[in-house]
Design a protein around this ligand. Sequence first.
Ligand code: ZN
Ligand code: ZN
Length: 282
Amino acid sequence: MKTVKIISLLFICFLVFSCKSRKEDQVANNESFKNNRPPRHENGRRPGPPPGGGGRVRNYVATDSDEAVEKLHPAFEAFNKEATDIFLSNNGRTVTIETTGLPDHETIYWGKNHELYRDEPSVERTPSIMSSNNNAITLVVDAVPNLTGKTINTNMGTIGIAVSGASIFNDQEGGGALDRAAASLDWTGGHIGPGVYHYHLEPKAFSYNDDKLVGILRDGVFIYGRKCFETGDYPTNLDASGGHTGITQHSNGKAEYHYHIINELYSTTGSYIVFAGPYQGY
Ligand SMILES: [Zn+2]
Ligand SMILES: [Zn+2]
């Protein structure tokens, strides 16, 4: 009887110890990622998702019935090559977008002393800056959106990747309306917190009242600025998501479904929500 007691006591000690050291490993991993980003592979891709604030988000899962493509869509050429690695995956049925999440434009969120730091006295900056934050995300999207008429609501967190390499979020902040956090948004509609640096409002750094590509959303549909390439003007036939079918500067003369930033001012922000949903392409 005594031996059984001693053995179980030893076992409990072992369990407690191994849990503790695993936790310490995790903390150490997070710390070292911040200071030491994993090196790129020879093919230019970074190995696996990084630990910490960024990481993989709930991604598209390919099925056999999904259409495959042989080449990346020409619109991906517009993405920030310094931040992103974009390639076909699942035998051409999906596109994997790996990004550092670090945009190629100025913002207060770079922090003083960074060459892209912008002094924005009216912005109530949140505590994090780019270098103290893990902004990396890997997103896997459908190579050909499933436009079946089914719609799916957006969630909190990354809903898309902008051409700058940074994340796009919807019209919610921490479960409430964006108004609460509007003061912390920088000149280009972005901020940090919680999680990765992300845009809520029209990202003026690369699309301002024009037809420029803004990014790609998680359903595999591209999103453009407030104007449409086909007419050079604000589109008038958008669905509830801001989408319609038409020619873009990247569609080789063929009509394809895409979203626009809807040309309606959002609340008291004086600007425009990038995308509030629902997705049309899942
Ligand atoms: Zn936010
Ligand atoms: Zn359009």
